[in-house]
Design a protein around this ligand. Structure first.
Ligand code: ZN
Length: 129
């Protein structure tokens, strides 16, 4: 397993971690197969979406905010229920194919750490699936 940290600056932030995951694939010496990307958090997630136009993840962020408003009402006493719900919508893990030692992503795809209760330092765990 290869772990790395990501420090976020805002409450909600989509951080492109594709190159970090690629680095982890190289550290693991994985040439062919599937890599598993996991975040050990309940208010952050991971997703794959377009990496070319930053408007796409801005729209994703805005759509999640419309679906899951921060203000609630909520039952969870910590006051960050919206972050928990958004983290579950995105999910805590991904599997990505690896071919010739490279992530085999679609041409427009990037891997994002999705911060929903920042700023914080988050961990990403990458392992051979
Ligand atoms: Zn909480």
């Amino acid at each position: 397993m290869h772990a790395f940290r990501v420090t976020t600056e805002r409450r909600t932030q989509f951080v492109d971690i594709t190159s970090r995951v690629q680095g982890a694939v190289e550290s693991l010496g994985l040439r062919e197969g599937v890599v598993h990307v996991f975040v050990p958090h309940t208010t952050a997630g991971v997703t794959i979406n377009e990496g070319a136009d930053p408007g796409v993840v801005a729209d994703l962020d805005a759509a999640l905010e419309r679906m899951v408003p921060w203000a609630g009402p909520w039952r969870h006493g910590e006051g960050n229920s919206a972050a928990h719900v958004k983290a579950s919508l995105m999910g805590a893990s991904l599997c990505v194919p690896v071919e010739g030692g490279r992530l085999r992503l679609g041409v427009w795809q990037a891997i994002y750490l999705c911060e929903f209760d920042g700023p914080r330092t988050r961990e990403v765990w990458v392992s051979k699936a």
